[in-house]
Design a protein around this ligand. Structure first.
Ligand code: G3P
Ligand code: CA
Length: 417
């Protein structure tokens, strides 16, 4: 099915999902927003492990997100970077000490150990560890392997069968220009794996995302699955633009002209939260440094007050593009001062703007708020009339549940939106 037609059909099918009497989120299709387990439930388990992905699914995530890099023998594995000392125990493994090196990755000098210098068999001897030990538990360090993309897909399919929900996958190609330059192109192996696993159409529960442009344009010629253009900071550039001499920045891509161009090869955009609701750095004393507004001795998102929302969601919707924003996290460190340490307020604020999906390290919180604000696409609810007869529910709640029952029937459509 053509991907634009898919959106039209979803919009039509989802009209009945909008709750009556509530602040309905005006998503592109009208379907409830999707929750994407960002690197799994990475707030609770080391990121990009099967344990993290499975927990995300158990918490109700609609999609799980593997970032994808390549091994020396061309196997796609789930890691956020090809340099793996921050998320594995490689630096403490004497047998790999001689693999330590320095490379230029996307124009930046990076030291460490790199996936493209290890075979899959060698990668499998490593164990994952927590990226943010200052904020998150390290109790699970040393327990889990680095999974292959195929293992992530196997998990999604097994859990789909077990739960009756369609668990989607949301792979991101990491450093595609770099991997292409070392003879380990990501695009063909990714499409090969997806095709072998039955992910071939726009209706299938998969999105491919990338911060680069050329690789998405190439993927658009290789597969019909849905594609999402990620955005970095407004002043920065997709790395393939740097290499090709294209002077455009992400700031240019978020304009109406830029979005129209993206709509020619992608079905959605993945902006950072700050491109939707910007935040301010406060420097009252003019010393050139951000003020520590909450006085905790650390400059964090908790010291950056929110500004007015931009028009990005509306602009993207006008171009026919879904908007899936990253990254929602529960810790105070990542929450603007207006939220007073309550991550639910952040979800609510974004969902009410019409966001179509969000990447969360804490899918339990994300799903709870999504279900409350926009309806639960996966959960069966009791027959309202029987509850009415029993006098258990007031009329308004009965009507709300009747509206939301359409969500169960539409769950596959939502998972593939
Ligand atoms: O893919 C959405 C989001 O994950 C992009 O940021 O750096 O976490 O991959 P990153
Ligand atoms: Ca990612």
């Amino acid at each position: 099915m053509f991907r634009s037609l898919k959106l039209v059909l979803l919009a039509t099918a989802a009209l009945a999902l909008v709750p009556v009497g509530e602040a309905a989120a005006a998503t592109l299709t009208g379907a409830p927003p999707i929750v994407i387990g960002h690197r799994g439930a990475s707030g609770y388990r080391p990121e990009h492990t099967l344990a993290a992905y499975e927990l995300a699914i158990d918490m109700g995530a609609d999609y799980i997100e593997p970032d994808v890099v390549s091994t020396k023998d061309g196997v796609l594995i789930a890691r956020h970077e090809n340099e793996i000392s921050g998320t594995t125990d490689v630096s403490s493994r004497p047998e790999f000490a001689d693999r330590y090196t320095t490379k230029i990755i996307d124009g930046a000098e990076v030291e460490g150990w790199f996936t493209e210098d290890f075979t899959l068999a060698e990668i499998k001897t490593l164990r994952a560890k927590e990226r943010l030990p200052q904020l998150r538990s390290t109790a699970y360090d040393g327990l889990y392997e680095v999974p292959t993309l195929q293992e992530v897909i196997d998990l999604a399919k097994r859990k789909s069968a077990e739960t009756g929900r369609t668990i989607g996958i949301y792979p991101e190609t990491k450093h595609p220009t770099y991997f292409n330059s070392v003879g380990l192109s990501l695009e063909e192996p990714l499409v090969e794996i997806l095709t072998a696993n039955g992910y071939t159409d726009a209706d299938d529960a998969v999105f491919i995302q990338s911060f680069e442009v050329a690789n998405l344009q190439r993927l658009n010629t290789l597969t019909n699955v849905s594609l999402v253009q990620l955005f970095g900071g407004s002043g920065s550039q997709p790395y393939d633009f740097v290499v090709s001499g294209d002077s455009r920045t992400y700031g240019d891509l978020v304009t109406s002209t830029g979005l129209a161009g993206i709509a020619e090869y992608a079905q959605g955009i993945g902006p950072s939260k700050g491109l939707i609701i910007p935040s301010a750095t406060v420097d009252r004393d003019g010393d050139g440094k951000a003020d520590d507004l909450n006085g905790d001795g650390v400059i964090s998102d908790a010291d950056r007050p929110l500004k007015e929302p931009t028009t990005l969601i509306d602009d993207a919707h006008a171009a026919g593009l879904l908007v899936h924003a990253y990254t929602f996290r529960n810790e105070d460190f990542f929450l603007a001062p207006e939220y007073n340490g309550n991550p639910e307020l952040e979800y609510e604020k974004f969902l009410k703007l019409g966001l179509d999906g969000l990447f969360s390290d804490f899918p339990d919180t994300a799903v709870a708020v999504r279900n409350r604000v926009a309806g639960n696409p996966n959960q069966a609810v009791p027959e309202p009339s029987s509850l009415a007869i029993l006098g258990i529910l007031p009329l308004a709640e009965i009507l709300r549940r009747r509206q939301n029952q359409g969500g169960k029937k539409a769950k596959k459509a939502i998972a593939s939106s």
